[in-house]
Design a protein around this ligand. Structure first.
Ligand code: RIB
Ligand code: CA
Length: 310
């Protein structure tokens, strides 16, 4: 039976591929797409989720607008990577669908309330919407199988020496989700930086004869050029689809149980995820942490999804 999934995202180039993998893979029953401010302002991420669905011919999945900013700080979009509209450098089509009338939290709550089995939440942006769900609907948390979140890192960060962008954008939201008791799988930079968009990957996707692949190949070229310019990483990492890949094929990554805490007060470390892989804190383990990627298996999933869509 396919896994019921809600995808909460901030498209963003890599979020687009997470939407496509979730929509295309037969092991996923994509119940809703919700959007959050992160890579860009909410008006951009809410539009870009609909662009991703329009391009790929994904229809019938409700798409809702969510939080316009973090719980306790100003939004600082990642426009140096994703562009001012959070999907920069490519021609964007008119969208084929409108937003759902409900906001993100109301849509997630309705999906949880009406599902006849537990639902997995894949989160590929800041956890602001998920934190609001925890605060507003504590009665629904037992309807969640687990949260699979692209965020944090067992090592270095990408927006400060120790903080990853999604965690750093809303650390208070991470603390609320960690404290909620909902099962969490953390997919951090330590593993997503193994998912490098090499020249060979770009050529294979460019060679797939679908409109989705052509649009995706343009996104990857742009994403890699900005990563090269800003991060000296010519083969940029395709972070977000790994959340979906881990849902459809748990063997795509190795994992361990570990204690994860979020730094809220450090002058130099706010937003850092403290992942206790050596059990030094003797605190109860509260997360499943992804470590090693089966790179070939990952790209096979991505390329199959792009080929299966329009
Ligand atoms: O740090 C990488 C994460 O931040 C990815 O989810 C990317 O889309 C941005 O949101
Ligand atoms: Ca993202």
């Amino acid at each position: 039976m396919p896994t019921p999934v809600i995808l909460d995202c901030d498209p963003g180039y890599d979020d687009v591929f997470a939407i496509w993998l979730a929509a295309a893979h037969p092991s996923v029953d994509l119940r809703a797409i919700t959007t959050v401010a992160g890579n860009g302002a909410i008006e951009h991420t809410a539009l870009n989720a609909r662009i991703a669905c329009t391009v790929a011919g994904v229809r019938g999945v409700p798409i809702a607008r969510g939080a316009a900013g973090p719980l306790a700080q100003e939004l600082a979009p990642a426009d140096w990577i994703h562009g001012a509209n959070a999907l920069g450098g490519v021609e964007l089509p008119d969208v084929a669908m409108s937003l759902d009338d409900r906001d993100a939290v109301a849509l997630i709550a309705d999906v949880l309330r009406t599902a006849d089995e537990l639902v997995t939440i894949a989160a590929t942006g800041p956890l602001t919407n998920v934190a609001h769900l925890v605060q507003r609907h504590p009665d629904l948390l037992d309807r969640i199988e687990r949260i699979v979140w692209m965020g944090g890192s067992t090592g270095r960060g990408n927006v400060s020496p120790y903080a990853e962008f999604n965690a750093s954008t809303d650390p208070e939201a991470v603390a609320i989700v960690l404290g909620s008791g909902v099962a969490l799988t953390m997919v951090g930079l330590n593993i997503t930086h193994q998912a490098l968009i090499t020249r060979e990957v770009r050529a294979r996707i460019r060679g797939i004869d679908t409109a989705t692949a052509r649009f995706g190949a343009d996104l990857l070229e742009r994403f890699c050029s900005t990563y090269d310019a800003f991060g000296d990483m010519p083969d940029g990492p395709l972070h977000d689809p790994l959340t979906i890949a881990m849902i459809v094929d748990p063997t795509v990554a190795t994992t361990v149980r570990a204690r994860v805490d979020i730094e809220l007060r450090g002058e130099h470390t706010r937003g850092a995820t403290a992942v206790d892989l050596l059990e030094l804190t003797h605190r109860p383990k509260n997360a499943t942490v992804a470590l090693e990627l089966d790179v070939d298996r990952y790209w096979a999933l991505i390329e199959s999804a792009v080929a299966a869509l329009r």
